[in-house]
Write a protein that binds this ligand. Structure first.
Ligand code: ATP
Length: 287
C-alpha cells in the first residue's frame, strides 16, 4: 500500500520581530508519513519549537504551506493540562470541547495511566507527558507533536514513553517530535530531520539501519572505488572516512578484508548512529 503523508510542510519561512528580524525557520519543507515518527534535531535555537508551533497552528504568521490530515495536537515543553483536575476530568473536558464521545478508561490504558482521583499538579513529569498523549487521543488527533518529551524523565519513564509512542504508531498515530535525546529518538523515529539556523541541513531515514562508517589512514579514493566495485552504495564522504550501505550479499568482514588486501589502511568500522550523524553535521567530524 502506498504511504500517505499526514503532515506536509512546504517552503516555510517564519520570522520574529519587526525591525530586527530573526529568521527562525528558513525555507523548510518536510513530510511525515501515516503511522510514523519524524524527529527534529538541532542545537539550541535551530528552530525546532518554532516549526512545531507552525505545524500545530499555534502561530499563523508565516510564509509557505502546511497541510495536515485531520487534527494535530501539540504537547509543549510546559504542560497545558488542568492542574486541579484528575486525568479523567482532563480528557473528558477536552473531548467535550471537540464534541467527541470517548471512553476515558480505554484512552488512559493506551498511555499506561490508570489513576484514581490524583490531581495533575501532583503528577511526575512522565505522567504529565502521558496525559498529554491521552489529551491528544481524546481530541481525536491523528498526529501528535511533542516538544522535548524526554526532558527531565528518568530512564524508566523514558522507556515507558518510547513503548507508548511505538504502540500508538502501530495503531496509525503519527508523531512529529523535537528532542536533544538522540538515544531515545533512535528508539522512536523513522526519519530524523537535522536543523541548523532554521534550515534543514541533514536527513536520516532510520529504517535504513545498516549504514556503515569506515575510517582510513589514506587511500579513501581507492577505498571508494573498491566499495563501489563490491556493490556498496556510498552515502557520505568526509576527511579519511566513508559512509556506505553494504551490498546485503556481503558480510562486513568480507568487505573490509577486500579493502585491506587491496592496500587500503582501514583504522575502524562502525555503524552510523544519530550521534555520529550529529557530530558530522554540526561539528564536521566523527571523533
Ligand atoms: P531549543 O533547543 O533551545 O528549544 P529550538 O531549536 O526549539 O531551540 P526555537 O525556540 O524555535 O529553537 O528558536 C529559533 C529562533 O527563533 C531562535 O533564534 C530564537 O531566539 C528565536 N525565537 C523563538 N521564539 C521567539 C520569540 N517569541 N520572539 C523572538 N524570537 C524568538
Amino acid at each position: 500500500m502506498a504511504s500517505t503523508n499526514e503532515i506536509t510542510v512546504e517552503s516555510i519561512v517564519k520570522t520574529y520581530g519587526l525591525r530586527h528580524k530573526i529568521v527562525a525557520i528558513d525555507n523548510v519543507s518536510l513530510s511525515v508519513e501515516h503511522g510514523t515518527c519524524t524527529s527534529l534535531v538541532g542545537p539550541n535555537g535551530a528552530g525546532k519549537t518554532t516549526l512545531l508551533k507552525v505545524v500545530s497552528g499555534l502561530t499563523n504568521r508565516y510564509q509557505g504551506k502546511v497541510s495536515v490530515n485531520g487534527r494535530v495536537s501539540l504537547s509543549p515543553e510546559v504542560s497545558v493540562n488542568f492542574q486541579f483536575m484528575d486525568a479523567v476530568e482532563n480528557i473528558l473536558y477536552f473531548s467535550k470541547v471537540v464534541d467527541r464521545e470517548i471512553d476515558p478508561t480505554d484512552i488512559l490504558k493506551k498511555v499506561n495511566l490508570l489513576l484514581g482521583k490524583q490531581q495533575v499538579y501532583s503528577y511526575s513529569k512522565g505522567m504529565k507527558r502521558k496525559l498529554d498523549i491521552a489529551r491528544a487521543l481524546s481530541l481525536g488527533a491523528k498526529s501528535i507533536l511533542m516538544d522535548e518529551p524526554f526532558d527531565g524523565l528518568d530512564p524508566g519513564a523514558s522507556d515507558d514513553l518510547v513503548d507508548i509512542i511505538n504502540s500508538l504508531k502501530k495503531e496509525g498515530v503519527t508523531f512529529l517530535v523535537s528532542s536533544h535525546d538522540l538515544h531515545r529518538l533512535t528508539d522512536i523515529s523513522d526519519k530524523v530531520v537535522f536543523l541548523k539556523k532554521g534550515r534543514v541541513c541533514g536527513l536520516r531515514d532510520l529504517r535504513v539501519r545498516n549504514t556503515l562508517i569506515a575510517n582510513f589512514m589514506e587511500n579513501s579514493v581507492l577505498a571508494a572505488d573498491l566499495l563501489e566495485q563490491m556493490g556498496c552504495t556510498i552515502t557520505n564522504t568526509g576527511k579519511g572516512e566513508l559512509h556506505f550501505i553494504p551490498d546485503p550479499r556481503l558480510k562486513t568482514w568480507e568487505i573490509i578484508g577486500n579493502l585491506i588486501s587491496n592496500g587500503v589502511k582501514v583504522t575502524g568500522v562502525y555503524n552510523e548512529t544519530l550521534d555520529s550523524d550529529y557530530r558530522r553535521i554540526y561539528h564536521g567530524n566523527l571523533d
